[in-house]
Design a protein around this ligand. Structure first.
Ligand code: ZN
Length: 338
């Protein structure tokens, strides 16, 4: 299938109607031959008339007698149960891939023509889909660092202020940070991986390092003491000097991860303004994905991400445990925030 497109208008020409989008998704998911997502039988399914909102989309029914269930290419994928056209989902995926700092739900909503709430939901499902399902170990030279995300404590309402707080690294378990900590591992000339973590202690950070980084790799961090424990399994280089500074000794520096944080923070602060801690990991996935596919062309990036159709099916309820469901909105509608 030809993916060649460079601009948004070429993209729109390419995916001009629902039929084209369904064909593409079927190609990416099944190689063009429909397979029942319920039982996985190799028997050719029956073609049936489409039901529901979308009337002329390819629909099937399983020909395995024990199964006999209807399906489309959307079944068991992030697109399942959504009333939004596939073309709009694809546009959203495209926007997410090309916008360097991400795209807010407000902007997405305007661009693809859905409500802000739907835009928000689409964005989150796509982010969840971008989680690497079978990540390989990072190896070679890995730069490691943490960053703090969140509003300033002095700007918070009194009831939301955290007592005994300190926005810096600490080994004292009793001191809580009012911000959310994100740990980042960046392989030189390779991938980055970021994790939302509860604190900056060795007991929290190091187990994550051990399952993500190959033994005997070289790990470079600043002088933060929590990383000292890694010496048993890795070559650990601690760049001396003030924590968080840009001092370099040859190739012993953490400039790449610092650079990554600056894109990340500009995106989180500039585009999304506010990200609640419960959703932050999905934003991390989105930024990681863009960084990790930075060397690919726009069309390859898009084609590759469309392949990841079925890794997640988040329901609105799971995303917003404290909010009323859309169909139960009674007298007020609370806006979903980034
Ligand atoms: Zn079946």
């Amino acid at each position: 299938m030809n993916f060649a497109f460079k601009t948004i208008s070429e993209f729109n020409d390419r995916f001009k109607d629902e039929k084209t989008c369904y064909e593409l998704l079927e190609q990416q998911r099944w190689g063009g031959v429909p397979v029942c997502p319920h039982c996985g039988t190799l028997k050719t399914p029956y073609k049936v008339k489409a039901r529901g909102k979308f009337t002329d989309i390819p629909s099937y029914r399983c020909s395995e007698r024990a199964c006999d269930l209807p399906f489309t290419v959307r079944t068991n994928s992030i697109y399942e149960g959504s009333k939004v056209e596939l073309r709009k989902w694809f546009q959203a995926l495209y926007e997410l891939n090309i916008s360097k700092k991400g795209i807010s739900s407000y902007e997405l909503a305007t661009r693809i023509g859905v409500s802000q709430k739907t835009g928000w939901f689409i964005n989150h499902r796509l982010r969840a889909m971008l989680t690497e399902t079978n990540p390989e170990l990072l190896s070679g030279t890995i730069e490691v660092d943490e960053t703090f995300v969140g509003g300033l404590e002095k700007n918070k309402h009194l009831s939301k202020k955290v007592k005994r707080s300190k926005v810096s690294r600490t080994l004292d378990e009793k001191i809580v940070t009012p911000k959310t900590v994100v740990l980042g591992l960046l392989q030189r000339d390779g991938k980055v991986r970021t994790f939302v973590v509860p604190n900056t202690q060795g007991g929290t950070l190091n187990p994550i390092m051990r399952v993500n980084v190959e033994t005997n790799s070289r790990i470079i961090s600043d002088g933060w003491t929590a990383y000292q424990e890694l010496k048993d399994q890795y070559t650990h280089v601690s760049v001396k000097g003030t924590i968080g500074s840009y001092i370099t000794y040859g190739d012993q520096h953490t400039n790449n991860i610092e650079g990554y944080w600056s894109i990340f923070k500009r995106g989180i602060i500039g585009t999304f303004h506010f990200v609640s801690p419960q959703h932050l990991q999905r934003y991390c996935n989105e930024f990681d994905h863009r960084y990790n596919t930075r060397k690919q062309s726009t069309d390859t990036r898009f084609a590759e991400t469309v392949k990841q159709f079925g890794s997640a099916r988040l329901k609105y309820r799971e995303l917003t445990p404290n909010q009323p469901e859309p169909h139960r909105k009674a007298r007020y509608t609370k806006k979903a925030t980034d």
